[in-house]
Design a protein around this ligand. Structure first.
Ligand code: F6P
Length: 322
């Protein structure tokens, strides 16, 4: 393989730069020409390709976001957009590409590999940790630490005022950010999309086991079926008018910031493994780390959204959040 491309696509996540650095330097070390595609599939359509070398990825391992920029491309979902992207890939002589992103990114990579003679491999870059075939996606560890840091601060003021705080975190379809950050911050309640009727259970628990607690923290994933933090607040206010409640929506601070050390190491390993995968003829696979070992999972399986919460964790939350 003589020429490859690398791009980041979809929502950014801390550690994408560390992954990009590993891809570029590993490829350059093997004498491969590397193009960075800016703005994900949008840049692919536009031909926004830049030649990269070891120096173009200097001093980025510690930076959040993605120096290649990213986008959620609507045009790439159309037949014309895909054809345009194919022409650019051919024009630049790209034989293999590393896609850094989440499920949408890998669906796009798979679709492209079907109309183009290019080997695609992926590195899981999303704060959601919702891909099959890796214990942790790039960005998740940093995001949950960002949430815990924020919730620790919220707890100080909640405790001072004897208030109930409903903290909304990211996760449209997946509750793993809420679950881990909830456990890590000792939240009194965790509401996630994967468990139905958890609001009802929580409302009962607030009265039964937590009557004597003065302040409480409830973490709710944005995609919970209860409908987000304000809906949960209304339900709590109706059942417990004596509680003083407040809402805090953490939003995009969860997507930024300097990646944790674990993130940087995992991202570097995945980027390194992605180039190796291309060189050894692998295609349409996502690189993951499971039990500390590199694992290759077909894109078709990686995007299945099967990573539900571990039931034993939910049982533990029920015991500890009292
Ligand atoms: O997929 C990552 C994610 O951060 C989700 O948790 C969240 O729902 C979404 O992206 C937000 O996307 P955007 O930045 O496009 O609003």
């Amino acid at each position: 393989m003589k020429t490859i491309a690398v791009y980041t696509s979809g929502g950014d996540s801390p550690g994408m730069n560390a992954c990009l650095r590993a891809v570029v330097r590993t490829a350059v070390n093997s004498g491969i020409t590397v193009y960075g595609i800016r703005y994900g599939y949008e840049g692919m359509i536009e031909g926004d390709f830049i030649k990269m070398d070891a120096r173009s990825v200097a001093n980025i391992i510690h930076r959040g976001g993605t120096i290649l920029k990213t986008a959620r491309s609507k045009r790439f979902l159309t037949a014309e957009g895909m054809q345009q992207a194919k022409l650019q890939i051919e024009k630049f002589g790209i034989e293999g590409a590393v896609a850094i992103g989440g499920d949408g990114t890998f669906r796009g990579a798979l679709a492209l590999s079907k109309i183009c003679n290019v080997h695609m491999v992926g590195c899981p870059g999303t704060i959601d940790n919702d891909l099959v075939g890796t214990d942790f996606t790039i960005g998740y560890d940093t995001a949950i630490n960002t949430v815990v840091e924020a919730v620790d601060k919220i707890r100080d003021t909640a405790e001072s005022h004897n208030r109930v705080f409903i903290v909304e975190v990211m996760g449209r379809d997946a509750g793993l950010i809420a679950l881990y950050s909830g456990i890590g911050s000792g939240a009194e309640g965790i509401l996630i999309p994967e468990t139905k009727n958890d609001l009802e259970v929580l409302l009962n628990r607030l009265g039964e086991h937590q009557r004597e607690k003065h302040s409480k923290i409830i973490i709710v994933a944005e995609g919970d079926e209860a409908g987000g933090a304000f809906k949960v607040q209304t339900a709590i206010n109706e059942k417990y008018p004596q509680f003083e409640t407040r809402v805090s929506i953490l939003g995009h601070i969860q997507r930024g910031g300097s990646p944790s050390c674990m993130e940087r190491v995992n991202a570097s390993r995945m980027g390194y493994a992605a180039v190796d995968a291309l060189q050894t003829g692998k295609k349409s696979v996502m690189i993951g780390i499971v039990n500390r070992k590199i694992l290759y999972t077909p894109f078709t399986d990686a995007v299945k959204h099967l990573v539900g919460p571990d039931p034993s964790l939910l049982k533990m939350v029920d015991v500890l959040a009292r």
